[in-house]
Design a protein around this ligand. Structure first.
Ligand SMILES: [Mn+2]
Length: 334
C-alpha cells in the first residue's frame, strides 16, 4: 500500500516537472445531455481555475437546451465547445460523478477534480483527486462558495449564468433539494448580475425552456434531460421534463409512453422512467415502462395506471426518485 503510494507520488512529480512549459488546459465538463447547471458549472469553474493560475476551458457533451440557450443569450455568454473525446487530457467533472454520465473515453483521461451535488457514483482513480461534493441544490452553489473563499470576483455575465443554474436545478427554490446556501448564493449573484426581480426572471427562464414542449419531436424531448444509471447491475434510464403548466407535459403522454416502450426494448433498459414535473402545483406525473412497475409504485405510495401516476410533492429526481429506484433494484436483486 505504502510502496504503491510512493510510486504514485514520484510519477506525479515527474508529470509536474515535465508538463510546465506548454501544458494543455484542464477540461471542465458537465454530464451528458447537459442542463443549465452542467453548462454554467463548466463555464464558472473553468474561469475560476484560470484566474487561480491553472489554465482551464469549459467543454460540453451536448448542445445547450432551450432554457440554457435563453440564459446564454440573456447574459451574452458563448456555449462551451462540444467535445466528446477527452482521452489524454486532465479533466474536472462537474455536476456528475459517475461513468454513465461522463465522456465515453473518460477512463483514458486523468480525472483531476470533481465538483458535484449528486450521490457518489462509483468513479475510481489512480491518483489522489480533489473532490468537492455537497448536498446542495446546484453545483453552481458550491462553485459560488469557491469564488468566495478564493476572493475572486465573478464577472457579471458568469454570475447571471450561475444564478440561472441554481434556479433551474432548484425549480426556483421549490424543489426539496433547495438549501439556505442556494438562496444566499442567488441573492449574492443577482446583485452582481443586475437581476433585480429574481422571481420574474426565473419565470421568463422557465417559459423559454418549455416553449417547444408541444412542437419538438418526442425523441428529442425524451433525450433532453435523460440520465443513465447502473442500479445493482441493471440499466435504468430516468428522464425529466419540467414546465409551469402541466398540460404542456401531459398532452403528449401517450406519445411519450410509446417512445419509451420502444427504447426500453431496443436499448435493453430494465426500466425507463419519465418525470413530467409541474412547477406550479409541485408534483410529478410519473411514467414507468419495463420491469418493477408495481414495486416502484408501491415505494412511492401510488398505484400506476396505464404506466403512470401523479405523485404529489415529488420534484427532485436526485432526492426523491433515484434513492427509491436504487432500493427497488437492490431488493429485486437479492
Ligand atoms: Mn445539477
Amino acid at each position: 500500500m505504502i510502496a504503491r503510494y510512493k510510486i504514485a507520488l514520484i510519477s506525479g512529480l515527474f508529470m509536474l516537472l515535465g508538463s510546465s512549459a506548454h501544458a494543455a488546459p484542464v477540461l471542465v465538463v458537465g454530464h451528458k445531455n447537459p442542463d443549465s447547471d452542467s453548462i454554467f458549472a463548466a463555464i464558472s469553474l473553468a474561469y475560476l481555475k484560470s484566474q487561480q493560475g491553472t489554465p482551464a476551458v469549459a467543454i460540453a457533451q451536448g448542445q445547450p437546451n432551450p432554457e440554457t440557450q435563453f440564459v446564454l443569450d440573456y447574459f451574452g455568454l458563448l456555449a462551451p465547445s462540444l467535445v466528446l473525446k477527452v482521452a489524454g487530457n486532465q479533466v474536472v467533472l462537474v455536476d456528475h460523478n459517475n461513468y454513465a454520465q461522463a465522456p465515453e473515453d473518460i477512463k483514458e483521461a486523468e480525472i483531476v477534480g470533481i465538483v458535484d451535488h449528486h450521490n457518489l457514483g462509483g468513479i475510481s482513480t489512480d491518483e489522489p483527486v480533489e473532490v468537492l461534493i455537497k448536498p446542495v441544490g446546484s453545483t453552481n452553489t458550491i462553485i459560488w462558495q469557491l469564488y468566495q473563499r478564493a476572493g475572486v470576483a465573478i464577472p457579471s455575465a458568469i454570475a447571471g449564468g450561475m444564478l440561472s443554474a441554481i434556479f433551474s436545478d432548484t425549480l426556483v427554490f421549490r424543489s426539496p433539494s433547495t438549501t439556505d446556501l442556494d438562496r444566499t448564493a442567488v441573492k449574492s449573484l443577482a446583485a452582481i448580475a443586475n437581476v433585480n426581480d429574481i422571481q420574474k426572471y426565473g419565470q421568463q427562464m422557465f417559459l423559454a425552456g418549455e416553449a417547444d414542449l408541444i412542437t419538438a419531436p418526442i425523441v428529442s424531448l425524451l433525450q433532453r434531460d435523460f440520465k443513465n444509471f447502473d442500479m445493482s447491475g441493471n440499466k435504468v434510464g430516468v428522464a425529466q421534463l419540467t414546465a409551469m403548466s402541466v398540460d404542456l407535459l401531459t398532452d403528449r403522454k401517450d406519445d411519450y409512453l410509446a417512445e419509451m416502450q420502444k427504447q426500453q426494448k431496443e436499448q435493453g433498459y430494465k426500466s425507463l422512467i419519465l418525470m413530467l414535473t409541474d412547477i406550479q402545483s409541485e408534483g410529478t406525473e410519473l411514467l414507468v415502462v419495463g420491469e418493477n412497475q408495481l414495486a416502484i409504485g408501491n415505494a412511492l405510495n401510488v398505484s400506476l395506471k396505464n404506466h403512470s401516476a401523479w405523485v404529489a410533492g415529488v420534484m427532485s429526481r436526485k432526492r426523491q426518485i433515484i434513492p427509491v429506484l436504487e432500493k427497488v433494484f437492490d431488493q429485486h436483486d437479492k
